[in-house]
Design a protein around this ligand. Structure first.
Ligand code: G6P
Length: 369
């Protein structure tokens, strides 16, 4: 078993550290930054239907749902196609409206999640194109999909998803970029710029993993907190949700993810000197706004842990603790900002002596409802 873990103490840590390689594998043969092109047969073969879709509905559960939510922001921005993100369990039971011309994207690591499978079966019957973004080759969701793109993250053993999540983000971003390029909704200059950003991501993830020692110290400092709040805006809002989910799953500490501005409508009532608030606040078009949200928390004596872009002096001066990741375009920055959050949940779980690879009550794949 020690050999399978590649020298790491747990599968979760191994899988977190594998991400520079899994992301590279996910880009391999698809991204050609030099010739400014993306090769994805599943997209290419259905390009007219996808680029002319009246609507894209993304269906998923759990961590995959968070990847879907981020994809909504990216697709709408780059492709200018309306996107809806659905919990599979809700979608399947509410007589959903699906029309011909709708494109359904199913996101699933295992490809076996019962709710996702049934949801797309229903949508398929109603005439939608089903596009699968799946990790496990040949799985049920992959087989029932009309087309798809595998995430190529390799087997994920840790129950809490890490490397499959970042691979989902990469594949969904590639799809959005390809569709936008074919549709003409993205300028060539921006297209080429984002291809280069993706090309650089594996190296930047490697750099982001270097925060591990600093994150471990944070874990020891905050491991006894009863609750955590995770806040982010825009592209980093789904990452706040994912950070909170990881912490709940691995450390059994209650954590809530929220859009940073929406916090005023509820969670702010929880803030006092005992509440750690994790801000996912890398440099993007929302930066000034999130700086004022940090001020609002500090004014109420909350403890601020901020994930920032390297060199961010403004937030460094305000926060109690700061973890810096490399600079990147706001569309791809979430792939970096999630890394310290994965590590934080891991190290808090370890500090509390919990079974991080097999948290209680959770299953790797939920094949019954
Ligand atoms: C379970 C797993 C999660 C996963 C979710 C969806 O809850 O514990 O890690 O995100 O199922 O699974 P899927 O395989 O469809 O991505």
């Amino acid at each position: 078993a020690a050999i399978e873990k590649g020298g790491y103490d747990h599968f979760m840590l191994k899988e977190i550290f594998e991400q520079p390689d899994t992301i590279f594998d996910c880009l391999r043969g698809r991204l050609d930054a030099v010739n400014a092109s993306i090769t994805m047969a599943g997209v290419q073969n259905n390009i007219d239907q996808i680029k002319n879709a009246s609507r894209i509905i993304i269906i998923a559960c759990g961590t995959s749902w968070h990847a879907a939510l981020l994809a909504e922001y990216i697709f709408e921005e780059l492709c200018r196609i309306p996107v809806e993100v659905e919990y599979a369990s809700e979608f399947r039971y509410r007589n959903p409206i699906v029309k011909q011309g709708d494109v359904i994207i199913a996101v699933s690591q295992s490809g076996e999640t019962a709710d996702t499978l049934v949801a797309i079966e229903k949508a398929k019957e109603q005439g939608a194109l089903i596009f699968g973004v799946v990790n496990v080759v040949g799985s049920s969701i992959a087989r029932i999909s009309n087309a798809g793109a595998y995430t190529h993250a390799g087997p994920e053993i840790g129950v809490a998803s890490t490397k499959a999540f970042t691979a989902q983000l990469v594949v969904l971003t590639l799809i959005a970029l390809k569709v936008a390029h074919e549709k003409g909704s993205i300028e060539t200059k921006r297209f080429v710029q984002l291809l280069n950003e993706l090309h650089d991501i594996p190296e930047k993830v490697k750099a982001a993993l270097k925060t591990a020692d600093a994150v471990k110290k944070l874990a020891d400092k905050y491991k006894d907190a009863k609750d955590f709040l995770y806040l982010g805006r825009g592209y980093n809002f789904p990452i706040a949700l994912e950070g909170a989910l990881k912490l709940k799953e691995i450390s059994y500490i209650h954590a809530e993810g929220y859009p940073a501005a929406e916090m005023k409508h509820g969670p702010i009532a929880l803030v006092d000197e005992t509440l750690p608030v994790v801000f996912v606040a890398t440099k993007d078009s929302y930066h000034e706004k999130i700086v004022s949200n940090i001020q609002e928390i500090k004014a109420r004596k909350g403890k601020v842990i901020a994930i920032v872009t390297e060199g961010d002096e403004t937030i460094t001066a305000m926060a109690d603790d700061v973890i810096a990741v490399p600079e990147a375009d706001e569309i791809v920055a979430p792939i970096l900002s999630v890394i310290p959050l994965q590590l934080l949940s891991y190290y808090i779980g370890i500090a509390k002596d919990l079974d991080v690879d097999k948290p209680r009550n959770l299953a790797k794949s939920v094949t019954v409802e």
